[in-house]
Design a protein around this ligand. Structure first.
Ligand code: F6R
Length: 248
């Protein structure tokens, strides 16, 4: 695991965008695994800027996202499908028929998960998987306690997550109760993994996840066992790790 120290959020975003760009340049037909959440937004913005300058070409790229809420239409502005279009796909020359997310409107959850595993397989697996890090160490919607061998599966959102999400919806009843997510096994199958982390509120979990024991209680800790992981974190997120600028 390599840990790169960035000055601040903007620096983290630029460094992460550089790594994603390098992947796209070296393998124009690559498969990018993408994430939503607030942390990657700056990197997506940077990629769009470089694309507009003519430095990047996404025409042959395929993407598979980590997760999607169950029961939200693609038009719902809280769906991850909507998020990806708004923050990235609408602004670059990607072929949208090659941008994949779990089908949140598939009511048969076994089918939704099976289909998504098949899509990931059929595109040849993920070359570079981008991840954010949850405050409790989750990656995707893989919450503490999840078995490391899982592939795409359906998760029940915790009461805490439902309450936290309430502010984005008209009423509590509209907040999704479940989501489809790549499992830890799916994530660990990516050839390369890039984790972005920013802010002092993540300092404790960065230390636990990347310097603590590998345990299902901290799902991201499994990344220590992957042979090609880059963490790009800003100084605030690295505040509790003493010696971090290099290889771990
Ligand atoms: C996003 C995802 C989540 C987030 C994590 C961090 O697709 O699956 O695991 O990466 O919750 O979120 P932010 O970046 O908002 O702190």
């Amino acid at each position: 695991m390599k840990i790169y120290r960035a000055k601040d959020y903007n620096d983290m975003s630029r460094k992460a965008a550089n790594i994603i760009s390098a992947q796209v340049i070296m393998k124009p037909g690559c498969v990018l695994g993408l994430a939503t959440g607030s942390t990657p937004i700056g990197a997506y913005r940077q990629l769009v800027e470089w694309y507009k300058k003519g430095d990047l070409d996404f025409s042959e790229v395929t993407t598979v996202n980590l997760d999607e809420y169950r029961g939200l239409t693609r038009e719902n502005d809280q769906s991850y499908y909507y998020f990806m279009n708004e923050n990235l796909f609408d602004h670059i020359n990607i072929d949208k028929s090659r941008t994949f997310l779990p089908d949140g409107m598939e009511a048969d959850s076994d089918k939704a998960c099976r289909d998504y595993n098949e899509i990931i397989q059929s595109v040849g697996g993920v070359d570079l998987q981008l991840l954010g890090l949850g405050h409790n160490g989750h990656i995707g919607f893989n919450e503490p306690g999840i078995a490391f061998e899982t592939e795409t599966h359906c998760v029940n959102l915790t009461e805490r997550t439902i309450k936290a999400n309430m502010r984005f919806f008209p009423a509590e009843k509209d907040v999704p109760r479940q989501a489809y997510t790549m499992g830890i096994k799916t994530i660990m199958s990516a050839k390369k993994i890039l984790v972005v982390v920013s802010g002092e509120d993540k300092a404790d979990i960065v230390k636990e996840a990347f310097f603590g024991p590998v345990t299902p209680a901290v799902p991201a800790s499994i990344l220590q066992l992957h042979n090609d992981v880059i963490v790009v974190a800003d100084e605030a997120a690295l505040a509790k790790c003493s010696d971090t600028a290099d290889d771990k």
